[in-house]
Design a protein around this ligand. Structure first.
Ligand code: LMR
Length: 399
């Protein structure tokens, strides 16, 4: 029955981990996938998550189905985390928020909802570059996608002029995808005053904003700071759509805890949207998994746990900043003549090194360092044990 199926390519990001696992060299380093590691290079279980798990264990909860859209206790808290506790849109219940299978599930559900129910220009504009899975999901859904300028190769920073120019030409009613913070893959975010300008042009041009917020807390170490763009857009009157993930900021990669929110303008529209989203979820996976959502809910609802979590997020963000500094110092210290300032300027989990495809291939072949072809490295995969090795190797392939 299946002999006519052709071989598909490996995933551009997760395929790197597969290749890394096949490598038997003890020096190997995986800087491909964005998954946080501690300074021993080991997966990190946040102390707040451990405590939440212990509390949950004592509660002896049952294993009944979750509601189709997830538990309200969870969706209320995650919406508050994104939009702010005093957000008027939450007070007036004009939001429809459902639990999703992490950030990818939120994007898939949200974009699928657009293909079915959005009645304006069904075309989505993405930053150039963007996370590899964004265009893939659109391709699967036959949703046309285009790009607006975002990253400036010369400055290794945000191309405000290019972005403003391109966005101002996007047809009214189109959708724009925005990374709320810690842009993946570049690690380059607009500054606050630049977000304000972006919000204005997007409003003037009647474009619909869809935010992907997979790294709240990871960019600056503060969850409120990292929600600035989303909250600014809401204050400016945008009815945003928002994908959230707790993979990175709670280290819940495998638990698939995320959320999708539609701001709908009023409670009645929110109820109608909810009724349709539920039909979509029911026919895809029935209802979401409970375990990760329970951990998130416990952390966000118990004040001491929340404090612990905020400290945990900050500690992860701080370790990454320190690794950026050490990596840059290591490459410069090796006598490399190029400018590496962007390593410390960029923020979040990733650094867009500027290495070209040949240099990336050399890094992998000669030094067993794995990274995506676009030169992105997950700084979270660097530790004090391997930073000098990585710096030395980056120096060698670029000089
Ligand atoms: C990444 O970009 O490495 C992460 O978001 C993991 C993934 O699923 O691609």
């Amino acid at each position: 029955w299946w002999s006519s199926v052709s071989m598909g390519p490996p995933d551009v990001i997760l395929g790197i981990t597969e290749a890394y696992k096949r490598d038997t060299d003890p020096k190997k380093v995986n800087l491909g996938v964005g998954a946080y590691r501690d300074d021993e290079g080991k997966p990190f279980i946040l102390p707040s998550v451990r405590q939440a798990e212990e509390r949950l264990h004592c509660k002896m909860l049952n294993h009944e189905y979750a509601p189709i859209g997830g538990e309200a206790g969870y969706t209320d808290l995650v919406a508050q985390l994104a939009f702010g506790e005093d957000s008027p849109v939450l007070k007036e219940k004009s939001n429809c928020t459902v639990q999703t299978l992490s950030g990818t599930g939120a994007l898939r559900l949200g974009l699928e909802f657009i293909t079915k129910h959005y009645n304006q220009t069904k075309e989505i504009w993405m930053p150039s570059p963007t996370w590899g899975n964004h265009p893939q999901i659109c391709n699967t859904l036959n949703l046309p996608h285009k790009q607006y300028r975002y990253y400036d190769k010369k400055t290794h920073g945000f191309d405000l002029c290019g972005a403003m120019e391109d966005i101002s030409k996007i047809p009214a009613g189109s959708i724009i995808l925005l990374h709320a913070c810690a842009h993946n893959p570049t690690g380059v975010d607009p500054k606050k005053e630049e977000w304000i300008q972006l919000s204005q042009v997007i409003k003037d041009k009647k474009i619909f904003p869809f935010f992907d917020m997979a790294y709240q807390g990871f960019a600056t170490g503060s969850v409120d700071n990292d929600a600035f763009a989303v909250r600014q857009f809401v204050n400016d009157g945008h009815q945003v759509m928002l994908a959230q993930s707790f993979a990175k900021n709670m280290g819940l990669y495998g638990e698939r805890a995320g959320a999708l929110t539609f701001l709908c303008g009023d409670a009645e529209s929110a109820a109608k949207v909810m009724s349709q989203v539920k039909i979509m979820i029911r026919t895809m996976y029935s209802n979401p998994p409970l375990y990760g959502a329970r951990i998130v809910q416990e952390i966000l609802s118990v004040p001491e746990l929340k404090q612990q979590w905020l400290a945990d997020v900050k500690s992860m963000a701080d370790r990454i900043i320190s690794m950026r500094q050490q990596l840059r110092a290591g490459i410069e210290g090796a006598g490399n003549k190029q400018n590496w300032q962007h390593i410390t300027d960029q923020i979040g989990m990733f650094c867009y090194t500027g290495l070209n495809a040949d240099q990336v291939a050399k890094l992998t072949k000669d030094h067993h360092i794995y990274l995506t072809k676009d030169g992105r490295i997950s700084v979270a995969g660097i530790s004090s044990k391997n930073v000098n090795y990585v710096a030395e190797a980056m120096h060698k392939v670029t000089s």
